[in-house]
Structures are given as structure tokens and as C-alpha cells.
Design a binder for this molecule. Structure first.
Ligand code: CTP
Length: 398
């Protein structure tokens, strides 16, 4: 296995000592670990402990005499295959989110092209402070990763979210990012994402609140596991993901055509899109003018794309989503049967912190043979991971 380098940023807080355990776990996997400590982290644990465990010099000061001809923060930024900030304080999160680079750690984070993962730990009120939460969201939107803290009793005696995630879990996540499983090489996966638009006239349309995030996360997970991915996407504000054949469509009909064109060659088809069920009976070529006091539009049923796929499917594994506001399980079960699916991912769209616009989701995965797997609230990418873990395990022959 190719040797990888992780640069660990340690910032000040009572959880500093836990970073030692993360380092020891990474070292056991023969990962080259370099540590940058902030000044306040050094107040909690002596940098010597980090030096002994990482077996590399610990960097604390941007103005240390460079060991080589290279500028140190640039050299570590280049060397890193991944940067892990553990524990990450509100201060470092705030600095990076706002473009401040004033010490060795913040300059290195700013200068690296490697993925950066934050494992926050702080007092629960600090963690829940909207400023901190906004900074976290801002960083997530830029592509920085977070390993969410746990809830529990904190050092200050308060109880709540803010406790550093389990060190084994942190190390495992880092290892899986460095050495991703390529268990889908040679497989073809088609994913649909986002909403569709039902066009009324040249300037108006009806749509829904789907953000496309769930479908994009699924497509990206399949890509990272080695699959050849086609993404048929309705209008979203998301960027076309790197390395994925992304086809942009607007209407139900356009999605249907693209999906049908690719369907036969696919191994797995996942329909995460929120497809419009109805469209106006007549599309007005001209902009509808404001005339009478009431405007009545007639809608006709549009194609149920997934149902059609269920009718023509051969060996494809077919996965649908069920967005429900009531009777989650029974509605999902009946969709699974009616559309001849292998799996359905059911989610309750009434919850405000998960679902449509959110980056997180809480879902239940139902299988054709009646199994139900209830997942806790997690990021949409983690939902995608679990979904493929299940599919790949059950459909080894696909
Ligand atoms: N779907 C589809 N074509 C449609 C409607 C839905 O392909 N015209 C797919 C969705 O992509 C999703 C699944 O069917 O994977 C279920 O979608 P959902 O909107 O939850 O259910 P519907 O079948 O539309 O039923 P209802 O709106 O009555 O709940």
C-alpha cells in the first residue's frame, strides 16, 4: 500500500490529549504523521509527547528556522495527503471560515490542496452558537469535512453536543478517506437528482424544493468506489461533480428520455430525483397575460419514470426514494411493490433539520424481501455510503 502523509493540526482545548490516540492509530497503519500545534494546544500537552508518537518534529511557530530550503508551512501543505484538525476549536474554525491565516496551522490549512477534516471539540454553548454553526456550514459548503462531535458530559460540567468524536471513529474515517474502498470498479451506476420543472409558459414553471444534494452525494460515493457514473440532474445550484458524466435536464420528459437511453447498460439505477407528477395540459407558447381575477390551470399526469423502469428492468438493481409526510413505512412499502424496486429509501420530509434542503438526512432503507434498516441522522454522503454497503453486500453477483 502506498504510504500516505497526514498533517495533524492540534488546537487548544482539554481534548488535546485525545489527539495522541488518533496519531497512534494512524502510525499503526504506517501513515506518516506530521503535527502542527497552536500555542494554546502546547499549554495542555507538551509538544514532546506529539513528537515521540509521530516520530517527526512538531511545528509550533511559523517563524521557526526552516529545516530545509522550503518554507515550512508550504512544504507541509504540499506534503499532506490529508489534513486533520483534532481537536478543532471554535477559534480555528472561525479563522479558516473567514480567511484568516496568522499562524503556522492556519497558513498551512489555507495553502493546502489536500482534503481538510475538522473534528471539533468545545463547550456545548460555544458549539451551538449560531456564529460557530454558520462558520461550520460555510466551510462545509467550501468542501471542508467535519467529524461531528458527540453529545455527553463535557469537561466544564455542561451536558450537550461538543464532545470530541470517538478517537477510533476519527482514525477510521481518516483511513477510509486515504484508502477508499474500490468495491464498485467496473460497475455502471445511473443516478437521478434534483427537481424537474413543469413548464407553464416561457417564463413560468412549477417545481419542488429538492436541492439535489442527496442524488449528488450518491453519485459521488459511487464514483469514489470506482463505478462509472451517469448523473441525470434537474436544475440545482450544485456544481457538476468531477469525473461524473452529468446530463442536465429540466422536465420530466427530458429526464425520462435520458434515463431510458442509458438504462439497458446499467448495473444499478438510483432515482433520488423529485420528479414532477403533473404538468400543465397545455403549454402556452406566449407569456400568459394578467386578465381575469382567477387563473385556472389544468394539469395532467406525467410519466412515472421509476414505475416504467420497474416494468422494463432486467438485471438492474433498482432503487427509489420515498419522500413522505405521513405513514412513512406503509407508503414506502407500497411504492417499493408498485414500482418493482429492489430497495426504497424512505425519508420523512416534515423534519426541519433533515430532508430536502438540508445536508443531512434520516432515512429507513427497505428491501424487496421485507428488511428495514433504520439509520440515525447522518450526512447525505454517509447515507449514500450505507446504501452502497447494503447493495454491494446483497448483490455481489451484479
Ligand atoms: N418518481 C419518478 N417519476 C415520477 C414520480 C416519482 O420516477 N413521476 C420516482 C422518484 O424519483 C422516487 C420515487 O419515484 O424515486 C418515489 O417518488 P415520490 O415522489 O415519493 O412518490 P410518487 O410515486 O410520486 O407518489 P406520491 O407523490 O403520490 O407520494
Amino acid at each position: 500500500m502506498e504510504r500516505k502523509t497526514v498533517v495533524i493540526g492540534v488546537t487548544g482545548g482539554v481534548a488535546v490529549y485525545k489527539a495522541l490516540d488518533v496519531i497512534s492509530r494512524l502510525r499503526k497503519k504506517n501513515i506518516d504523521v506530521h503535527v502542527i500545534m497552536t500555542e494554546s494546544a502546547g499549554e495542555f500537552v507538551n509538544p514532546l509527547s506529539f513528537q515521540s508518537l509521530s516520530q517527526n518534529m512538531v511545528v509550533t511557530n511559523m517563524f521557526d528556522e526552516p529545516k530545509h530550503w522550503e518554507i515550512q508551512h508550504i512544504s507541509l501543505a504540499k506534503k499532506a495527503d490529508l489534513m486533520l484538525i483534532v481537536p478543532a476549536t471554535a477559534n480555528i474554525i472561525g479563522k479558516v471560515a473567514n480567511g484568516i491565516a496568522d499562524d503556522m496551522l492556519s497558513t498551512t490549512i489555507m495553502a493546502t490542496h489536500a482534503p481538510v477534516v475538522f473534528a471539533p471539540a468545545m463547550n456545548t454553548n460555544m458549539y451551538l452558537n449560531p456564529i460557530v454553526q454558520n462558520n461550520i456550514q460555510k466551510l462545509k459548503d467550501y468542501g471542508y469535512k467535519f467529524i461531528e462531535p458527540e453529545s455527553g458530559r463535557l469537561a466544564c460540567g455542561d451536558v450537550g453536543a461538543g464532545k470530541l468524536a470517538d478517537t477510533e471513529l476519527i482514525a477510521d474515517k481518516v483511513i477510509s478517506m486515504l484508502y477508499p474502498i474500490k468495491d464498485m470498479s467496473g460497475k455502471k451506476v445511473l443516478v437521478t437528482a434534483g427537481p424537474t420543472w413543469s413548464l407553464i409558459d416561457p417564463v413560468r414553471f412549477i417545481t419542488n424544493r429538492s436541492s439535489g444534494k442527496m442524488g449528488y452525494a450518491i453519485a459521488e460515493e459511487a464514483r469514489d468506489r470506482g463505478a462509472e457514473v451517469t448523473l441525470v440532474s434537474g436544475p440545482t445550484s450544485l456544481k457538476a461533480p468531477f469525473g461524473i458524466n452529468t446530463i442536465n435536464i429540466t422536465t420530466n420528459e427530458e429526464m425520462l428520455n435520458e434515463v431510458l437511453e442509458h438504462f439497458n447498460s446499467q448495473d444499478i439505477v438510483i432515482k433520488a430525483a423529485a420528479v414532477a407528477d403533473y404538468k400543465p395540459v397545455e403549454y402556452s407558447q406566449n407569456k400568459i397575460k394578467k386578465a381575469s381575477n382567477e387563473l385556472v390551470l389544468n394539469f395532467a399526469k406525467d410519466t412515472d419514470i421509476l414505475k416504467k423502469l420497474g416494468e422494463i428492468k432486467q438485471n438492474q438493481v433498482l432503487v427509489g426514494f420515498a419522500a413522505e409526510s405521513n405513514d412513512l413505512i406503509s407508503n414506502a412499502e407500497s411504492k417499493l411493490k408498485k414500482k418493482n424496486l429492489d430497495y426504497i429509501v424512505a425519508n420523512d420530509i416534515t423534519s426541519s433539520d433533515t430532508g430536502f434542503q438540508s445536508s443531512e438526512n434520516r432515512v429507513i432503507i427497505l428491501t424487496r424481501d421485507g428488511e428495514k434498516l433504520s439509520l440515525e441522522k447522518m450526512s447525505k454522503r454517509e447515507v449514500a455510503q450505507k446504501l452502497f454497503d447494503i447493495i454491494n453486500d446483497k448483490h455481489k453477483e451484479v
